[in-house]
Design a binder for this molecule. Structure first.
Ligand SMILES: Nc1nc2c(ncn2[C@@H]2O[C@H](COP(=O)(O)OP(=O)(O)O)[C@@H](O)[C@H]2O)c(=O)[nH]1
Ligand SMILES: [Mg+2]
Length: 250
């Protein structure tokens, strides 16, 4: 009989939250797949695994359930880092973070850290329009393959920016008070508020790398507490698949 397959359990759980259409799935896709697709379906892909050095990080997406107010507090249980995402062109999406999503984070770890992320910066800020060379996926390189004698000038963004970075920083400070976190011990607002573009890759690596660096102490503490870093997944994947199919049909 073959030995049961053992896969290393994720060392840390991260969660991405925010209103529908702010670009959560696109941000995760950009970071893990290094590409951008205009039409990405969230359904199905609710869980990303990222190897960071010798650590396994799980990043949870909403699987589209935010649309139906269908995210329970279970979703953030055990999370060490939470990314609260809004769309810089949509003021309402920032309000929603406080009104709808912040309370879901009550079940996260006590030492959970937060990032506030304004996505779609390419629509409003010229500096966010440049595609990082290392971020050019096959689709983008095909699109931008123009003859070198006729370079395409960067487009001038035309969409009005509704959320300023200061508004996000103010929200971050309110989160620290709401969570009753020690302001001196928490990462400073300026470091944890990002403007990103999943489309061009602008600031996406910086966001995730900063979060990973901040959760590292928490990973190490957890490893000291739990002796076994492995989990037996035999039978688990089939169960999960069954549950996923059942969820889809309800
Ligand atoms: N211009 C621009 N569009 C984006 C960006 N991120 C996502 N989008 C688009 O916004 C829409 C919603 O993205 P999606 O990732 O599905 O959002 P989610 O519902 O929060 O997961 C899609 O049409 C994306 O192509 C971005 O950084 N810039
Ligand atoms: Mg999505």
């Amino acid at each position: 009989m073959p030995a049961p397959r053992k896969i290393r359990k994720p060392d840390i759980k991260m969660v991405i939250l925010g209103d529908m259409n702010v670009g959560k799935t696109s941000l995760l896709h950009r970071y893990t797949e290094r590409s951008f697709k205009d039409t990405l379906s969230t359904v199905g892909g609710a869980f990303f695994l990222k190897q960071w050095g010798r650590y396994n990080i799980s990043i949870w997406d909403t699987a589209g359930r935010e649309q139906f107010h269908g995210l329970g507090s279970m979703y953030c249980r055990g999370a060490s880092a939470i990314i609260l995402t809004y769309d810089v062109t949509n003021w309402q999406s920032l309000l929603q973070l406080e009104e709808r999503f912040l309370s879901l984070t009550d079940s996260a770890n006590d030492d959970c850290i937060f990032a506030v992320v304004g996505n779609k910066a390419d629509l409003t800020d010229p500096y966010a329009q440049t595609i990082m060379p290392e971020d050019v996926g096959p689709e983008e390189s095909a699109i931008s393959a123009t003859p070198s004698s006729c370079p395409t000038p960067p487009q001038t963004p035309t969409i009005h920016k509704q959320v300023k970075r200061e508004d996000a920083i103010a929200l971050y400070s309110r989160i620290i008070s709401y969570k009753a976190l020690d302001e001196d011990a928490s990462p400073v607002a300026d470091k944890m508020c990002f403007e990103t573009s999943a489309k061009t890759g602008y600031n996406v690596d910086a966001l995730f790398e900063t979060l990973f660096e901040h959760v590292l102490p928490s990973i190490i503490q957890k490893q000291v507490r739990t002796k076994s870093p492995t989990v037996c997944l035999e039978g688990y994947e089939e169960e999960e698949e069954k549950k996923r199919k059942a969820d889809c049909c309800t």
